[in-house]
Design a protein. Structure first.
Length: 504
């Protein structure tokens, strides 16, 4: 059976979740968590502390042993704000690779928010207008969702560890420190208050350790088991916590040793957030980034699952939004994608690409003209840069690099193994990307006139040749024949077969 592992390296803690796919459902096999404070020094001097790195690597070795023992066949390891901000993050990534063989992927705040949203909607039936709040050690992600579709995400630098190190130097904090803390939080929230408030969220959901602690404190205070905490209770708890010492906080329910050190900053964020956004309460869910990672891996592994449709919808919406932002001719892009899909399916015996490459080719088809927004001259180079460095929901950094490389070579230049765009790809993907480029170039050739004159085409495959019979509008198709003729040499170099085309 297929077993997935998700590792979340946060600024405060490291988390592991392993689940096995039974049918189309995940069964959790193991969970683990340890506070490592990897981001603590980063928020002071911009560097990961060697001792914190060593402790984190030690925990990751333990996670690795657990993953091996349970037979995890797919493991994804992501890091968030601490590695986003640290100037020496590459040293830590290399250390983890050496110690475990795992490749750490540093994700953006927006991707972090998307994955948390995916984890929530994949594991609950909650719908309507939602605001998801995830307060981590280094950042806070706010995600607006309507009918399970993301409408907006923001990532703010108001994580509990970051704020504690920046503002709270005494125990208990001085009044001035708390005032400065609140002022900073309100200032950060002011940048997004209007756009978040306009959404009029019906439900506010919180998915973090601070939210869990506040929920337990409220339950003990009110003698209730409710997972919903009203705003007035959050404000009262934040004010009360701000006056307590570390020893006093340690005696409170739901607050462990390491949480007690950062709960004042965390509760203040929730207090100001609910106040500034005029939210009546929040509901705590014990879901998080690792649940989104597992859902994403299942979606990529099995196209039949329900979560796959969610991921496909997010990817499509993101491609459309990016295309609109850079003025892409959507009708033309959709036509190229349709032709590329037909070519991929009809030439499977020739190209032998993995199934997921249809998606990467499709995305490149939608975005290959994006570089014209910057300058028509050099547009293919610009396309590579924009795709590789844009936030495209549902695509990892590596997947974006593959899509960008495919889109890069749709002009006159052809890819070479020594080209930087190709060398940056994993070894196996270098060959696959070069093959995918050949298919997309052929799709563009079959719509060279940009008017859809080729209505269909038939494919004949022999040991030495691929023959295309083009069904075109009467009196049309000569430009497409000329364009296909130009691709013959590249096609033979990549696929080892001749390429012929004729009108029928």
């Amino acid at each position: 059976m297929t077993t997935f592992g998700a590792v979340d390296i946060g600024a405060n803690s490291v988390r592991l979740k392993i689940a096995r796919l039974r049918g189309r459902k995940l069964t959790v096999l193991a969970e683990d968590r340890e506070v490592v404070r990897l981001g603590e020094a980063v928020f002071r001097n911009g560097l990961l502390d060697p001792q914190a790195m060593e402790k984190t690597v030690k925990v990751l070795r333990r996670f690795h042993r657990t993953a091996q023992k349970l037979g995890a066949t797919h493991v994804r390891v992501v890091a968030t704000s601490s590695l986003r901000d640290a100037r020496n993050s590459s040293a830590f990534i290399d250390w983890v690779k050496s110690a475990t063989g795992w490749t750490v992927e540093v994700i953006s705040g927006l991707e972090e928010g998307r994955l948390i949203h995916l984890g929530v909607v994949s594991n609950t039936r909650i719908s309507g207008r939602l605001l998801l709040i995830d307060l981590g050690g280094g950042s806070c992600e706010l995600t607006l969702s309507a009918n399970r579709q993301i409408k907006d995400i923001v990532s703010l630098p108001i994580g509990a560890v970051r704020l504690t190190r920046l503002f709270l130097q005494h125990d208990p904090p001085k009044k001035k420190e708390l005032e400065q803390l609140r002022t900073f939080i309100v200032e950060e929230l002011s940048r997004v208050t209007r756009r978040m408030s306009r959404a009029r969220a019906q439900v506010s959901i919180a998915t973090s350790g601070t939210a869990s602690a506040l929920t337990e404190l409220y339950a003990a205070q009110s003698n209730t088991n409710s997972s919903t905490v009203p705003r007035s209770a959050v404000i009262n708890l934040a004010n009360k916590l701000g006056k307590t010492s570390l020893q006093q906080r340690l005696s409170m329910p739901g607050i462990g040793t390491r949480r007690a050190e950062i709960i004042i900053a965390g509760s203040t964020v929730f207090s100001e957030l609910l106040t500034e956004l005029n939210l009546p309460s929040f509901r705590y869910l014990s879901l998080g980034l690792r649940d989104g990672l597992l859902a994403q891996m299942v979606a990529d592994y099995d196209r039949r699952t329900r979560v796959r449709k969610q991921v496909e919808s997010e990817r499509e919406n993101s491609l459309v939004e990016l295309g609109q932002r850079y003025g892409i001719d959507r009708r033309y892009a959709l036509r190229i994608r349709a032709i590329a899909t037909q070519i991929f399916n009809r030439l499977k015996p020739v190209h032998g690409l993995p199934p997921e490459y249809l998606e990467w080719i499709s995305a490149a088809a939608m975005l290959h003209e994006i570089g014209s927004y910057i300058n028509r001259a050099g547009r293919h180079r610009h396309a590579y840069y924009l795709i590789a460095h844009s936030e495209i929901f549902g695509y990892t950094v590596q997947q974006r690099a593959i899509v960008a490389a495919i889109a890069r070579y749709t002009g006159n230049s052809r890819p070479r193994p020594q080209d930087r765009m190709i060398r940056l790809l994993p070894d196996l993907d270098r060959h696959f990307a070069i093959c995918a480029i050949g298919l997309l170039r052929l799709a563009i050739a079959l719509n060279k006139s940009r008017s859809g004159v080729v209505r269909d085409f038939r494919v004949g495959i022999s040991p030495t040749t691929v023959k295309l019979s083009l069904v075109a509008k009467k009196g049309s198709g000569d430009l497409e024949l000329w364009a296909v003729e130009k691709e013959k040499d590249y096609f033979r170099d990549v696929f080892g077969k001749g390429l012929e085309a004729r009108l029928v």
